[in-house]
Structures are given as C-alpha cells and as structure tokens.
Design a protein. Structure first.
Length: 448
C-alpha cells in the first residue's frame, strides 16, 4: 500500500480530559462475518469507525449481503449471500477476511478464499483453521493461493486447537453454528472478542456455550436469524490511551471501557508508576511522579495482550532503568528500529526486547511498520522533544478510530498531514477540548 499521510506530533504536553473509547475492531470484523450467517438483518451498534470495518463491508457486499453503515451502526443483511469467493485485493487487506471461509462453508457448503493478509507480524499461517474445517468434514485444498473448502453438510465433532488461537476459535465457531450435531472446541481462545462473537451468535439463535473458557460447545442449528448487538469496547485502544497518559503525564478519564478486560494492563501500568482507578464502564489514569521500569510477557487473554507490546515498549523507553518485554505470540519487533530513531535504547534479544529506559527522546521522521507499531511511534513522539512525523497514518486508521482527533482533544499537539515530501516544518495546532464522544458522520450503503 502506498503510504500517503502522516501523523505529526509535537511532544511535551501532559494529557488532560476525557476520551470515549470506540468499539473493538477485532470484535467488529468478526461480528460482521457472523451477521452474514443469518437469513435476516443484523444491526451492530458501537462499531468502530476504522478502515478494517470498511473493507469487511466491501467484502460482504461483494458476496451478496446488503451492508449499510450509519455513524456507529452497521446493518448487515445476509439474505442475499450467494457468491463463494471474496475479491483477492480486499481479502488480502485484512486477516479477518478469512472468517468468510467459516461463514460460506456453514451457509453454502463451499468457499474459495484467498489466503488472508493483515499486519506483517512474521509468518501468520491458517493451518489450525484448515485442520478444524477438515475435522468438521470439509474437503480442503489450496489452489492458486486460494483455500477451497467444500462439504455437503458439516458434521460436529471434537476439535483440539493446537494453540489458543483467536482467529481459529472464531472461524470454527462460525462454521459449527450451522453444522449437524455438536462441535466441541478444546483449547479455545478466551479473548473478550471470542465471547462477544459468541454472544452475538446466541442472539441470532445459535447454541454456543462456554465462550470465555477454553472449551466451547456448539450445538448446530438449521438456520440463524438477524439480531441486534452492541460491540464491546476496544481494550487495545483503551490500553494505548493509558500508555499515552503514562508517557505524557497528566490525568485522563476513559469512558466506554470494560476494566476487567484490562487487568493485566492495569497491573503493568501500576508497576510502571501510573495510578489507575476504575469503576463500571470508566477508568481514570494519572501520572504525577516518575516512571519505573517493569518486565512483561505477552500471552493469550487474560495475559498481557501482544497488541499492546509496541505501545508499552514506547512507555518503558521513558522509564529510567532496564525493562524487558518477552513476546510469545508474534514476531513483531519491526518497530524497534523506528523507535531508536527517536533516541530510545532498545535491543532485540531472541524473543525479547531489552529496553534501557530514560534516554532523552527527540523528534524525527519515522515510519509505521504496522498498526500497533504506528501507535507506539505516535506515543513516543508525544513524549519526545520537538516534532515527530509518523508516516503511514493509513495503517493506524485500520484499527484506531480518529486517533489524532481523540489525542488532540486531551491536549496532545497532533495533526494529520498529507504526503510530505520534505520533513515536518509546521508544528501541530493546539488541541480542542473534548474527545471522541461526538458521533462522526459516516453513512454509506455499499455497492458491489
Ligand atoms: N497460528 C498458527 N496457525 C493458525 C492460526 C494461528 O500458527 O492457523 C499462530 C499465530 O501465528 C500466532 C498464534 O497462533 O503465533 C496466535 O494467533 P491468533 O490466531 O490468536 O491471532 P489472529 O487471530 O491471527 C487476532 C487479532 C490480532 C491479535 C491476535 C492475538 C484479529 C483480526 N486479529 O489475530 O490483532 O494480535 O489475535 O491476540 O482478531 C491487531 O489488532 O493489531 C492484531 C494483529
């Protein structure tokens, strides 16, 4: 993808105010796929206004669904689902496009889906998904870069997932809802996004039990109906804002959050010297004293989420002393070289990054290598002296809803800039005073 926009930040401002967190990106794309299983209209509320949702809408439209987006509400009508193959160009743009395989297999008994794309986080195979489809009785072939799956009717069975994979758990849950008999997923992922998808499927008439534990039981039904469902808040967006407060200092209240999705994150923030208070649906982060170093290990939920590894590396780069982040899910160290351009002292050692924090950070031109790497660079820029230009704003738009608007509203000096041939010259403007709470007018009916 050609990178044509940058986010430009001027470091040094503490953050102050309130931010409304959007709906969870990874739940939203799964919910849209789930909605296509129904022979009726599903209304999804609290949808994030990011580009992954946009791409998923286009894919579903191409397959024959009717998708209408209005503000944070997306309607998906699955009645017209006919086509069996999403367009290559769209499927390659996001990992969640592969959920279409489970949907089409369940509903039409056949699918031809290009191997998915998504953020470059090392090798991201789909072998667990394919093994699961085989166990459900599908014939699975890989032809010309496409996965072709076929089954007269899927038949439920017990499936052991080799590793608690979020994508595999969701894809197999989608397929199994319309299978004949009972499917039991063992070693299922326990992420809140899996639970959210199961709740939606339940509202559509599916019989799913155990989501949120590592054994999920799905009793197949013949047909699913449309439903109405509100997507859970995005715990990764929330964690990114919390890390930002840690880096910049100040006090920010997050609204529309589920604090119990963030236990590991809250624990690590407290160790790092950030005060956290929380209640039902809100969370306040405050930092007045110095940051402290801490170690963390990424692991499946309820462990520390891999998607917050890069933002927390930025945070710990500002904490005097040595911190170590051990990454156990993905190969995601591409951000390290870019963070070094700002003066951070990080070194990759095997599957860990050793951070010697407390060095003075100074603004520079850097490039987002993926969505969360981009967030880490924006955060580090907010704490750096001078101006930082983060190229590749489009990558941030995949999973952060108007990041610069929300940060500006809590006092960050930040703006978006179209392709900048030379380095940043004009410092970003002063911030507005209210964040993310207003609805952002987007209305579209997608056309094939
Ligand atoms: N894996 C396999 N084979 C498979 C599937 C997964 O080897 O068939 C491996 C992966 O390579 C990885 C591990 O299993 O090492 C776990 O991967 P998982 O399947 O859980 O990840 P995913 O479903 O591809 C989702 C999120 C990611 C998030 C991970 C982990 C979506 C669309 N993506 O990916 O989100 O990092 O779970 O929590 O839900 C992001 O939002 O920036 C992002 C990358």
């Amino acid at each position: 993808m050609a990178l044509s926009a940058s986010i430009v930040v001027q470091g040094g401002n503490p953050l102050q105010g309130a931010v409304a967190i959007g709906g969870a990106k990874n739940s939203a794309v799964a919910a849209m796929a789930a909605a296509a299983l129904a022979e009726g209209e599903t209304v999804l509320e609290n949808m994030p206004e990011d580009t992954d949702v946009e791409v998923m809408a286009r894919i579903l439209t191409h397959l024959g669904c009717r998708v209408v987006r209005h503000h944070r509400r997306v309607r998906v009508d699955g009645r017209g689902l006919r086509a069996r193959r999403p367009p290559d160009e769209l499927a390659r743009r996001l990992r969640a496009s592969f959920y279409i395989t489970g949907v089409l297999l369940g509903r039409l008994g056949e699918a031809e889906v290009p191997l998915p794309g998504g953020c470059p986080l090392g090798s991201r195979p789909v072998d667990f998904h394919l093994e699961g489809f085989r166990r459900l009785g599908a014939q699975v072939d890989l032809i010309h870069g496409c996965v072709r799956v076929r089954a007269r009717r899927l038949v439920g069975t017990e499936i052991y997932i080799n590793r608690a994979s979020v994508g595999t758990t969701i894809n197999l849950m989608l397929a199994a809802t319309l299978a004949h008999g009972t499917t039991v997923l063992v070693n299922a992922a326990r992420e809140p996004e899996v639970v959210d998808t199961a709740v939606l499927l339940g509202a559509m008439g599916a019989r799913v039990q155990g989501a949120g534990t590592d054994v999920i039981r799905i009793d197949g039904v013949r047909k699913l109906e449309g439903a109405r469902h509100a997507i859970i808040p995005d715990r990764i967006e929330a964690g990114t804002f919390l890390a930002a407060v840690g880096l910049c200092g100040g006090e920010v209240r997050l609204l529309n959050v589920v604090p119990c999705h963030l236990h590991a994150v809250i624990a690590k923030l407290r160790e790092a010297g950030v005060e956290i208070e929380w209640g039902d649906g809100w969370l306040v982060a405050r930092r007045r004293g110095p940051l402290r170093p801490t170690d963390l290990v990424t692991s499946p939920f309820p462990g520390f989420p891999t998607d917050l590894h890069p933002p927390f590396a930025a945070l710990l780069a500002a904490a005097p002393g040595v911190s170590v982040i051990r990454e156990t899910i993905f190969d995601r160290f591409q951000y390290v070289d870019e963070l070094r351009r700002l003066g951070a002292d990080l070194k990759v050692e095997g599957e860990a990054v050793v951070i010697r924090g407390g060095r003075r950070l100074t603004g520079a031109v850097v490039e987002a290598t993926d969505l969360r790497a981009g967030a880490a660079l924006v955060l580090a820029g907010l704490a750096a002296a001078g101006v930082t230009e983060v190229r590749g704003a489009e990558l941030l738009d995949r999973g952060y809803e108007h990041l610069e608007r929300k940060l500006a509203a809590v006092g960050a000096r930040i703006r978006r800039q179209k392709a900048a041939p030379a380095g940043p010259e004009t410092p970003p403007p002063k911030a507005r005073s209210q964040a993310g709470a207003g609805s952002l007018a987007v209305a579209s009916t997608y056309k094939k």
